[in-house]
Write a protein that binds this ligand. Structure first.
Ligand code: SUG
Length: 451
């Protein structure tokens, strides 16, 4: 019998500056909700409740701490100086775009933190992890600095885990992490076929590019990840995201398709040449994974792209709860839309697929910035030896859940508008809270103010 493998979800927690300053161009929710009031406490609690829900249904769940924001090291690097208060005030007044970018709590969406591939997929039989440089959107382009530190603390066994540095920043190797990566397999520990989805080529011009919104992932970045992770090339598929979908507001592939093991739920408009991509996945999974794919295709007539974006149907988590049983963890926005709710209910009644349960979660605070259930988690497939090797204090237990709930209650504000981000007291509160959090999670020093 093969050894047991886990799919561990590492979720991010919203930070104390969680706000709506409309930073993400091409992310409809982020643009639409610019300047509304946020509730950071509710945001963090919603993240934590989701993690608790996952452990309650029997999954292993990890917690990724928020990054320090406002991020003074970046403001200083960009030439602001003086006291912390002076820096915040001056930056907000003179360059509000830079200021707000340095305040975003976007590290909560850990599907963009990194790309992870398991040891069974690499020639060197190591698990590989590369922090995403997120270089398309300035407010996310420095997340990798803290992400790398956190990942090195969690996966601190070089004989098992290869923690890479982020790809070079700039416009050529734009990498958005696991949001554009899907792995198909029979069982988690078996060899997998890895699908990498990119928005456009950066080293050559092509007519197939979005016209309105940025294509965040470059082909060259996806290809570099495949090389660095030492993946067996025959078991890799590259697919281009449909430029029309990007221009409609589908800024990551995990907003238009989701896979788990041999099941793939996707929208017909997901890729350039969707049928060809599906055929390639089908053939490769048959050839290498000793199983057949179950494809669930959603047509434009079933659910139009506009409703895909409103409800975040494809940003659901598709999880295995028993060997042959899967569940969908969907945002409540899917339940509120009659067409999507009926679609999901019919799906669970269809005997040709293993999805038999739907759970709806309220993730309103994250959703209003364009982040659904799947955005909030980084999937990591580990064998038993690897699970034992990771930093265990970040794994959610009943005890840790209680500690985190009271930590959130103590430190987070329940109202915040972008103009409040200038408040020097918020910076002090955030630093105190994060310092306490690193003690709870026993992570040591990961923030600049702890050096
Ligand atoms: O990168 N929103 C995030 C949402 C990320 C969703 N992740 C996945 N699909 N995996 C983004 O657009 C909004 C931030 C703001 O406006 O402050 C933001 O960054």
């Amino acid at each position: 019998m093969s050894e047991y493998h886990y799919e561990v979800n590492f979720d991010g927690l919203a930070g104390m500056t969680h706000n709506y300053s409309g930073l993400s161009y091409g992310n409809i929710a982020s643009m639409r909700n610019k300047n509304i009031q946020s509730n950071p406490k509710e945001a963090a609690l919603q993240c934590l409740q989701k993690m608790k829900f996952m452990t309650d249904i029997g999954l292993v769940q990890g917690v990724i701490p928020p990054h320090e924001r406002p991020y003074l090291p970046m403001l200083k690097e960009l030439g602001f100086s003086g006291s912390d208060h002076d820096i915040l005030e001056y930056a907000q007044k003179k360059t509000p775009n830079i200021f707000y970018a340095c305040c975003s709590s976007s590290s909560m969406w850990t599907a963009n933190a990194a790309t992870f591939t398991p040891s069974s997929d690499s020639i060197d039989q190591h698990a590989h992890i590369t922090p995403a440089n997120l270089s398309t959107e300035f407010h996310r382009s420095f997340e990798h600095i803290t992400t790398e530190k956190v990942l090195r603390k969690i996966f601190d066994t070089p004989t098992l885990f290869h923690c890479h540095k982020a790809l070079p920043g700039g416009e050529y190797f734009c990498d958005e992490g696991a949001a554009n990566h899907t792995r198909f397999c029979k069982a988690y520990g078996d060899v997998g076929v890895n699908l990498f989805v990119y928005g456009k080529y950066r080293f050559k011009a092509s007519a197939l590019e979005p016209m309105k919104y940025p294509a965040r992932q470059s082909f060259e970045a996806s290809e570099a990840i495949v090389r660095k992770h030492d993946l067996i090339r025959d078991r890799v598929i590259f697919a281009q995201q449909s430029p029309l979908a990007i221009d409609a507001g589908i800024f990551h592939n995990d907003v238009i398709s989701v896979g788990n093991k041999n099941v793939f739920l996707y929208h017909e408009k997901a890729f350039v040449g969707t049928d060809t991509i599906i055929q390639e996945i089908d053939e490769k999974v048959k050839e290498f994974c000793d199983t057949s794919m179950i494809f669930i295709r959603v047509n434009q007539d079933d659910i139009p792209l506009e409703e895909v974006i409103q409800t975040y149907l494809f940003n659901s988590q598709l999880i295995s709860i028993e060997d042959n049983l899967m569940a969908i963890i969907a945002p409540i926005d899917c339940q509120k839309n009659p067409r999507v709710r009926d679609y999901l209910e019919n799906l669970t009644k269809d005997p040709s697929n293993p999805i038999k349960r739907i759970h709806y979660l309220n993730l309103r605070e994250s959703m209003q910035n364009g982040g659904g259930p799947a955005c909030l988690r980084l999937r990591v497939v580990l064998n038993q030896q690897e699970v034992r090797a990771i930093h265990e204090d970040i794994l959610l237990s009943e005890k840790l859940y209680i500690k985190l709930a009271s930590w959130i209650d103590k430190h987070y504000r329940d109202k915040l508008t972008p103009k409040d981000l200038i408040d020097p007291q918020l910076l002090i509160e955030s630093q105190q809270a994060l310092d306490e959090l690193t003690q709870i999670l026993k992570l040591g020093s990961i923030y600049s103010f702890q050096q």
